[in-house]
Design a protein around this ligand. Structure first.
Ligand code: GLU
Length: 507
């Protein structure tokens, strides 16, 4: 690729289902690369294979990227001078390119019917060849414009007989290209087959549409998943055949299962209990569903931060990065060649850091709907204090509600096991005395109740362990939690006394 060309990259998903988190990472790296170099990030929808089209998938992809903050400069959702950006709407543009390759001898018509191909595969299998390919050798005995007389080809075309256009793979040629992540890749064309580029129904295959569009859309860098690496030599040859400059390729490492064995799939997510999709998905036709990070309670910036680190790292200790910071730090040189092992615990850790860095007022707003849904009420002022007290332990905003719920309502029941362990006549006696001491306090701040409590322990000559746990059970119904006196301050004197009275009555 020539220097000083404006950087242009694209994310080119096929709408065949919900976008896997690996796909979001591909979009993210493309986006970061474009932004870093002051270039353009495009979204193109590759929907030439109508048999794999899934209704709702395109909307899903766009919504997921929007949630992630990965916005296009051009393409679907942003328009631009190279449209349309949906391949099905570009259908009329591809035939001329297929014909161009036929004219310059890099492609040919093949008239073999699906039945012909089926038969020959069967025969090959019987002869012990399970991997029959239409290639440099076998094309010589098939029905195509290389083997058939010119008139016969013309006749078949004039009669509108079904055909495909195939790439005429050169024989025994080394295809070499430099991948930004993998370095030099070299493949001998004897290992490559004559891929179908175009079909007589007027539809190009992925390969043709992809190359033509990347060329017409002036794409400078193709950054995509490793699963496309085997197609790259064909693509390089196609650029040569057209006489076009090839973009720079970069093939990203796979996302691996937590145990490192194989590609991370939807099934792993279901089995191990974590989402592998950015947002919830429901197939409108089959009803099949899949869960997403958004609905699980992840913040989009945390999800993005986590994804960025699956296959890339800045080479420093810093782990928390905003999208802008990622843009500054990102380079393909620091993307690893080997697969990136997914770790859900780490994903949760990222979210926890973002919860901690979110203001208490924002978190309070986020959990209000849960409080209302549970039929509880709380003042804004008190809720912000509750958030401040329990947010440290929360991984998701909803955890703040679960963890802090005891501050919103008095314990309804007491856990028997806990009572057996932490409540006894001695403790109950102290709680009863403390109740009166607390009741006489005019200042109910944490410092004041803590002072009174410590004075009481000193006067009685007993340790915290004899009194604290019983007092905590009485007021919260729980065995553990934040500082008791902070809890008291939030609840207020009246509520604390009421809860102690109720506990002394029931226990
Ligand atoms: N449509 C292909 C996909 O679904 C795009 C591959 C590429 O980026 O070239 O992944």
């Amino acid at each position: 690729m020539s220097e000083n060309k404006r950087v242009r990259v694209r994310f080119a998903p096929s709408p065949t289902g919900p976008l896997h988190m690996g796909g979001v990472r591909t979009a993210l790296y493309n986006y970061l690369f474009a932004k870093k170099h002051g270039g353009d990030f495009l979204i193109r929808i590759e929907d030439t294979d109508q048999t794999r089209y899934v209704k709702g998938a395109e909307d899903y992809i766009l919504e997921a990227l929007k949630w992630c903050g990965i916005t296009p400069d051009e393409g679907i959702g942003a328009d631009g001078p190279h449209g349309p950006y949906r391949q099905s709407e570009r259908k009329h543009m591809y035939r001329q390119y297929a014909e161009m390759l036929i004219e310059n001898g890099h492609a040919y018509y093949a008239f073999d019917t699906p039945e012909d191909l089926e038969r020959i595969r069967e025969l090959a299998k019987e002869a012990g060849n399970v991997n029959w390919q239409y290639n440099q050798v076998t094309r010589g005995s098939m029905k195509n414009s290389i083997t058939l007389p010119k008139e016969e080809v013309e006749k078949r075309l004039a009669e509108n007989q079904a055909y495909v256009v195939r790439m005429k793979m050169p024989r025994n040629t080394e295809v070499k290209f430099e991948d930004s992540i993998r370095g030099w890749v070299s493949v001998n064309t004897n290992n490559l087959d004559d891929k179908v580029l175009f079909k007589s129904d007027g539809m190009p295959t992925y390969h043709l549409a992809n190359i033509v569009d990347d060329h017409l859309m002036e794409i400078t860098h193709v950054i995509r998943g490793e699963e496309w690496l085997p197609s790259a030599p064909l693509h390089v040859l196609m650029y040569e055949a057209f006489g076009w400059e090839s973009p720079q390729f970069a093939h990203l490492p796979l996302l691996l299962r937590p145990d490192g064995n194989g590609k991370l799939s939807k099934r792993d997510g279901d089995r191990l209990g974590f989402p592998v999709f950015p947002i919830d998905w429901k197939n409108q036709e089959t009803g099949e569903t899949a869960s997403g990070y958004r609905e699980k309670g992840f913040f989009a910036p945390a999800f993005i931060n986590m994804l960025a680190f699956l296959g890339w790292n800045p080479g420093t200790e810093q782990e928390i990065f905003s999208l802008e910071e990622l843009t500054q730090a990102f380079t393909l040189k620091k993307v690893s060649k080997s697969g990136a092992r997914f770790d859900y615990e780490k994903a949760k850790w990222f979210n926890q850091q973002y919860v901690r860095n979110t203001s208490n007022t924002v978190l309070a707003e986020l959990i209000k709907p849960l409080i209302i849904e549970a039929g509880l009420t709380v003042s804004d002022e008190k809720l912000v204090k509750i958030v401040a007290l329990v947010k440290e332990r929360a991984i998701f905003p909803a955890d703040i509600f679960t963890e802090g719920r005891f501050l919103l309502e008095a314990p309804q029941t007491f856990d028997e096991k806990l009572i057996a362990k932490k409540w006894n006549a001695e403790g109950a006696g102290y709680v009863k005395e403390l109740r009166d001491i607390f009741n006489r306090l005019s200042d109910f701040s944490a410092a004041s109740t803590e002072g009174a409590f410590k004075d009481f322990l000193a006067a009685k000559g007993v340790g915290f362990g004899k009194v604290g746990p019983a007092l905590r059970i009485a007021v919260t119904g729980l065995g553990m939690g934040p500082s008791l006196f902070d809890i008291f301050e939030i609840l207020g004197k009246e509520e604390v006394i009421q809860r102690i009275d109720k506990a002394l009555e029931t226990l």
